[in-house]
Design a protein around this ligand. Structure first.
Ligand SMILES: *Cc1c(COP(=O)(O)O)cnc(C)c1O
Length: 237
């Protein structure tokens, strides 16, 4: 079976990123939104530091997403140092499920943690934030499709959980993140995430991936998370 997206080539990633930025700006304008109101999080999971580097050095991308703490830590220790030598500051987002025994590393190494989804994690993050004196921005992940195998707080439980994040755990939550069920129309899920964010006074909405980001922009995304449309297909990695 051949993949619709060819395998990674660093030069291609730079070209694809440029095309994606142009398309994102156009889409924002078409939706009556300011292009700079939508952050592009380049999802670099499974790609090596050397494969990612041209998007930093040549294309000037500084916002990235990773879904596994263990994979991200050594890779971004290296890439942050290389970027710093060019005077660039990286903003790294954790977009994959977080285990409480990884909370310390997550607080140490990520600037935004998008996957807060239960009290045990909220408590562990609060503890490490206090201990390390480092305060990553936090989003709550919502399981908008109520899929049993998927991470995220259920939509019905989101308001109460957000309240507990503030009152019980002392955490400031800046936004929400969701991954709509595969093979379903994404728009109702994006719309639901927006409703929950608005009624809880949250500004940031992380939603939309390679296949559906234009819809997410229309429905108010403030960050889209795009991997394969920049770096190439991940199959076989
Ligand atoms: C991998 C991943 C993405 C990017 O997916 P693409 O389809 O490659 O753009 C976005 N969000 C999360 C949570 C991911 O794990």
């Amino acid at each position: 079976m051949t993949d619709p997206v060819p395998p990674a080539d660093p030069g291609d990633a730079v070209a694809r990123l440029a095309a994606l930025r142009a398309a994102l700006a156009q889409r924002a304008r078409d939706c009556g939104r300011a292009p700079d109101a939508i952050r592009l999080v380049a999802v670099s999971k499974t790609y090596s530091a050397d494969e990612v580097w041209p998007t930093i050095a040549v294309a000037g991308q500084t916002t990235f997403g990773e879904n596994r703490v263990q994979e991200a830590v050594p890779k971004w220790r290296d890439l942050r140092a290389r970027a710093a030598a060019l005077g660039k500051t990286i903003e790294l987002h954790l977009i994959g499920p977080l285990q409480s025994n990884k909370a310390r590393e997550a607080v140490e190494h990520f600037d935004v943690i998008e996957t807060v989804d239960r009290d045990k994690i909220a408590a562990a993050l609060a503890r490490e934030i206090e201990r390390l004196g480092k305060r990553p921005r936090l989003y709550v992940e919502v399981n908008t499709g109520a899929e049993p195998q998927k991470a995220g707080i259920l939509p019905d439980e989101a308001d109460a959980f957000l309240e507990r994040c503030r009152t019980v755990h002392g955490l400031t939550i800046d936004g929400l993140m969701a991954i709509p069920p595969a093979g379903e129309q994404a728009s109702p899920h994006f719309a639901l995430l927006g409703v929950i964010a608005r009624r809880n006074g949250l500004k940031e909405l992380s939603m939309g991936m390679s296949a559906d980001w234009p819809l997410a922009v229309a429905l108010g995304a403030t960050a889209i998370r795009v991997g394969s449309a920049i770096f190439g297909a991940r199959s076989g990695r």
